[in-house]
Design a protein around this ligand. Structure first.
Ligand SMILES: Cc1cc2nc3c(=O)[nH]c(=O)nc-3n(C[C@H](O)[C@H](O)[C@H](O)COP(=O)(O)OP(=O)(O)OC[C@H]3O[C@@H](n4cnc5c(N)ncnc54)[C@H](O)[C@@H]3O)c2cc1C
Length: 330
């Protein structure tokens, strides 16, 4: 993708960025979608994958992960260039009025930018001790990319919040056996989820912390997890195929302060057409604010087309416009 000049580059692959990317591709623009995590989906995928959402138009009920699956399928109809595991660090305006986006990996050139960064770049809270980094290749993960990775496996899930409890219940439906490791006796999850956990045969290892993770001596495809009981000298080791660590995510949008954007608190102020104070730079979704703003997926889905249409009109003032997707695929 070297030396490519995009029409629109979208920073952030949550629901706002994903739908905006699809809509911009539908308007026949060259699109880059940049996401700091290795997978798209933002908050619904990362923070509440198994929770049901009830306020998406025309979908009476959909889980976070199902919503993101549907968005991915829609994007696959008109694919754009995806830069995953790539964090944007800076924006620079060039003399020819194009923008250069710096990331932790490469620079991306673009005519316009849509910032859809939500609450900022997500990073998982990781285990705090050193372990063999190759363990992350097959045995240790901080996200669920595909629940089928856990099928017929011995799985341990670390954490005590909504996400850990929900994953323990759902992974247990297809895993060989599942345990949840939490440092307290009480979970920080919805009561109904805790009830489901208690009714399941998930082994609850509470209150334990993980002290070490190493390859199993006899079977290198497995790992040993050394557990220490809280306020006790008791230790025990369990052997599993997979460890999913769900200690939550840290998000950081402080970086915005260096981009000369007009901010209101941690949010970017935008016009009715989603314009920021910088030329051809727009903001949508949770990161954008204006009077009456609602931080909802429904709102984000509407803001994407508004920003894309304004960007298109700015960069191609003479292009023909169409209004409805119904005329598109004929
Ligand atoms: C527990 C919970 C329940 C919710 N329930 C509902 C609900 O029922 N209905 C509803 O409408 N909304 C709900 N929401 C809110 C909804 O999830 C958000 O409004 C929505 O996710 C906003 O989408 P977004 O794309 O703007 O931001 P996000 O989903 O936050 O996505 C932003 C993405 O940008 C990426 N990013 C950030 N900075 C960078 C960078 N520098 N470089 C590259 N990538 C970057 C992040 O990694 C992230 O993936 C809920 C939120 C939570 C936490």
């Amino acid at each position: 993708m070297d030396n490519k000049l995009y029409d629109i580059s979208i920073i952030g692959g949550g629901p706002a960025g994903m739908f905006a990317a699809y809509y911009a591709s539908m308007r026949k623009l060259n699109v880059a979608l940049i996401e700091s995590l290795p997978n798209l989906g933002g908050q619904p995928q990362t923070l509440y994958a198994q929770k049901q959402i009830y306020d998406i138009a025309a979908l009476p009920q959909v889980s976070g992960t199902e919503l993101i699956d549907q968005l991915s399928k829609q994007m696959a109809l008109l694919p754009c260039d995806e830069y995953l595991d790539t964090s944007v660090t800076d924006l620079q305006r060039a003399d020819d009025d194009t923008w250069t986006i710096s990331t932790n990996k490469e620079t991306i050139k673009t005519k316009s930018i849509i910032i859809a960064m939500g609450n900022g770049a997500f990073q998982p809270r990781k285990l705090t001790f050193d372990y063999d980094p190759t363990i992350e290749e097959n045995n240790l993960s901080y996200f669920v990319n595909d629940i089928n990775d856990f099928k017929d496996k011995d799985v341990a899930i670390a954490g005590g919040g909504d996400s850990a409890v929900d994953w323990a219940i759902h992974i247990n439906e297809l895993a060989n056996n599942t345990s949840i490791i939490h440092r307290r006796n009480k979970y920080r999850a919805m009561e109904s989820s805790i009830d489901s956990l208690n009714e399941s045969d998930v082994e609850q290892l509470n209150p334990f912390i993980i002290k070490d993770v190493t390859y199993n001596d006899d079977d290198k495809s497995k790992i040993d997890i050394l557990l220490k009981k809280i306020k006790s000298e008791d230790e025990k080791t369990i052997t599993v195929d997979k460890l999913l660590v769900n200690y939550g995510f840290i998000s950081d949008s402080k970086i915005l302060r260096d981009w000369n954007l007009e901010l209101e608190g941690p949010f970017i102020k935008v016009s009715q057409q989603m314009e920021t104070n910088l030329p051809n730079v727009f903001a949508i979704g949770d990161i954008a604010t204006y009077p009456g703003k609602l931080q909802l997926i429904a709102t984000a889905f509407a803001e994407g087309p508004t920003a894309v249409t304004k960007a298109l009109r700015n960069i191609y003032p003479d292009k023909d416009y169409f209004e409805h997707s119904t005329s598109l695929f004929h």
